[in-house]
Design a protein around this ligand. Structure first.
Ligand SMILES: [Zn+2]
Ligand SMILES: [Zn+2]
Length: 284
């Protein structure tokens, strides 16, 4: 069994309206640790902290942070990024093995000086900046959202400490540590998983990251706004693939970050199954 952290805020909007209730049965397990933005426990152990401005400025420009403040979404964006930063800290300190981070606003369209597409701050990039300060040196980001991770690519384009594998519509030449996997419309789950495994496995084994971040977007699911034809069952299978790689190369250190997707029923179906996989609930 893994020690799995769940990082949860109350700003997420309609798609996550069934949560945390939909996690019932998971939250009472002794290997699952729930970090909540609302309830400040007396010992502070399981309280989710928003990202501070000092932390945001490690990746984002001061001017951009000021622009996000003017949108009215600053607080929920800071909690979203804060969950990922905190998850990474808990894993680096050895208190957790892996984590699932609920977000109101995702990561991957937020660059050093720009944001858009429902992303304000890049939580994975902020967590990596924090881990670098703690001495970690090698990181992998796997992105299975339907869209290209322009913000993440902007931040790490010239950073050899980060392997970035992005499933999107592009077919870029392999830029050494920056890889796009072309995902055509109407792809089957099997073919998606085959392409992902082929692109990921050898690179991750060679790169030897100390932790893997998984930008989990479900907007490529059938009927979603980034529909590529995937079934809801594909996402727990992606979780299993990425987790087994993390188990092989970095003692299971893995953070799943909720990215794109709008359907309430797909969230309710996939997220508990992904957390089951991360926490190895079925192995009990
Ligand atoms: Zn997307
Ligand atoms: Zn891409």
């Amino acid at each position: 069994m893994k020690r799995t952290g769940i990082f949860f805020t109350y700003f997420q909007g309609d798609r996550l309206r069934d949560f945390p209730l939909a996690l019932e049965g998971l939250l009472c397990r002794e290997n699952i640790f729930y970090y909540d933005a609302l309830y400040d426990s007396t010992d502070g152990l399981f309280y989710l902290e928003p990202a501070s401005e000092r932390e945001l400025l490690k990746i984002h420009s001061r001017e951009m942070v000021a622009r996000v403040r003017r949108t009215g979404d600053y607080e929920s964006a800071a909690y979203s990024a804060g969950g990922t930063i905190q998850a990474a800290r808990e894993i680096a300190a050895g208190r957790l093995d892996n984590a699932f981070v609920f977000t109101s606003f995702g990561d991957h369209h937020a660059g050093g000086d720009f944001f858009g597409g429902m992303c304000y701050f890049n939580g994975a990039a902020l967590a990596i900046a924090d881990l670098k300060d703690k001495g970690l040196r090698r990181f992998a980001i796997v992105d299975t959202d339907a869209h290209h991770a322009d913000g993440t690519r902007d931040i790490f384009a010239n950073d050899e400490s980060v392997l970035h594998v992005c499933c999107c519509w592009q077919d870029y030449a392999d830029g050494k540590n920056n890889v796009d996997i072309k995902i055509p419309y109407g792809i089957s789950d099997e073919e998606f998983l085959n392409r992902l495994e082929r692109a990921l496995e050898s690179r991750v084994l060679q790169f030897q990251p100390e932790i893997i971040f998984w930008e989990f977007g479900y907007d490529a699911t059938r009927g979603e706004y980034g529909d590529k034809g995937l079934s809801p069952d594909c996402h727990p299978r992606i979780a299993s693939l990425v987790k087994s790689l993390a188990d092989r190369v970095c003692q299971g250190r893995l953070i799943a970050i909720l990215c794109g997707g709008s359907s309430r029923s797909i969230a309710r179906y996939t997220i508990p199954r992904i957390i089951n996989c991360l926490a190895e609930v079925d192995k009990i």
